[in-house]
Ligand binder design. Structure first.
Ligand code: KG4
Ligand code: ZN
Length: 360
């Protein structure tokens, strides 16, 4: 097992004695503009989201330049709406948190430059957050929330990872996908079935009208004896099943149901095995695929049978959002005060692995 002690262990969340810090979080890594206000004593005060799904739908995927331009249009109006709705002003902010990476370079630059511009004008710090750390910590916004340590299943469009989480910044990678991410496989399979972007919710909706088992798809790496995943073979198996055939609506629904069942079987089996091997009893699920209803039902049922509990972020915070970035900023600033530096020189990290995080 690869141990990735990336930051000092800070297993305690801020308590009510902690100094109150009000953080504006800004997420612009891909196709959602998200802003949120998080108070590290009172919790999440509010969040606003603008999704670009309709804008990219015609192209079958995210067009980076369109994404960047739309973030520019949205961030400040959304921030004003958020502040007005929560009765706060920019002057009340103690810090800015923004997604520094990974993601689309141009899109990241929008959030980073607005965050640093505001922070410079307000004479407060701005902190760059790792997008996946945001996802990983987002179940802490659930009620009830998990307590450290726990296992995290991160399932997004770009990542599929099982992590052992001892505290903020203390992440051990147990396993990850060796090829496509789970969300990517949902998106590509949706394309093969002629469904629009984004694929995950469309496959899930079509699967509700179908029956798993009529078509037989593989469960890749189910018995690999480790915590790695592989989803590209599953997508290829769908390709083989559809190639050269005229599929009826029912055929497509049955294929969608079988694809979803296969992906969920593997995700559930490995997550439960990770709990068993580490003797931990809490599993948190984060990232867009965590919105999948079948995955949630199966994980909750089977984990409960194993004496474990599963935590999800509130459904609206499963996919990209500003709340998780504000939260991660709040946790980092309150546990790692050395990150409160006044510098406004910044870079974005389009490719950035959690393993590369270093102590502040
Ligand atoms: O975390 P996220 O919003 O963005 C990334 O950081 O990637 O995840 C987006 C991914 C997409 O691949 C989307 O198809 C998938 O999450 N997704 C779903 C569902 N909702 C979103 N996959 C399966 N079932 C869903 N209900
Ligand atoms: Zn994400």
């Amino acid at each position: 097992m690869k141990y990735l002690e990336v930051l000092p262990l800070h297993p305690r969340l801020p308590t009510t004695e902690a100094k109150s810090l009000l953080i504006l979080g800004i997420e612009t890594s891909c196709d959602e503009t998200g802003v949120a206000l998080y108070d590290n004593v009172l919790g999440l005060l509010g969040h606003k989201l603008h999704t670009q799904v309709a804008m990219h739908a015609d192209y079958g995927g995210v067009v980076p330049e369109l994404a960047s331009r739309d973030h520019i249009r949205r961030v400040l109006p959304l921030t004003h709406e958020l502040l007005a709705g929560t009765g706060k002003t920019l002057a009340d902010l103690d810090a800015l948190a923004y997604t520094q990476g990974p993601g689309l370079a141009g899109a990241l630059l929008v959030g980073a430059s607005i965050a640093h511009g505001l922070a410079y004008a307000l004479e407060i710090p701005a902190i760059g957050i790792h997008h996946l750390e945001g996802h990983l910590l987002s179940p802490l916004l659930a009620d009830p929330a998990p307590v450290f340590p726990f296992i995290a299943l991160l399932v997004s469009g770009g990542h599929t990872q099982l992590m052992q989480v001892a505290g903020v910044g203390a992440y051990t990678l147990l396993g990850e996908t060796v090829d496509d991410a789970a969300g990517e496989a949902f998106d590509k399979t949706a394309q093969l079935l002629g469904l629009g972007y984004p694929g995950g919710p469309n496959i899930a909706a079509l699967a509700d009208q179908g029956t798993a088992g009529r078509f037989k798809l593989p469960r890749p790496m189910l018995n690999s004896g480790n915590f790695n995943f592989s989803f590209s073979g599953l997508k290829t198996a769908v390709l083989t099943a559809v190639r050269g055939k005229t599929l009826t609506h029912q055929d497509k629904a049955d294929l969608a149901a079988e694809f979803q069942a296969a992906a969920v079987d593997v995700l559930v089996a490995k997550s439960l095995a990770a709990l068993e091997q580490t003797d931990l009893t809490q599993l948190v699920v984060a990232g867009g695929v965590g919105a999948n209803r079948l995955l949630r039902e199966r994980l909750t049922r089977q984990a409960t049978q194993q004496g474990c509990r599963v935590f999800y972020p509130p459904l609206e915070l499963c996919t990209d959002n500003g709340a998780m970035i504000a939260l991660a900023g709040g946790l980092r600033l309150s546990t790692l005060p050395s990150e409160l530096s006044g510098s406004h020189a910044f870079t974005v990290r389009p490719r950035w692995y959690l393993e590369e995080l270093r102590p502040a």
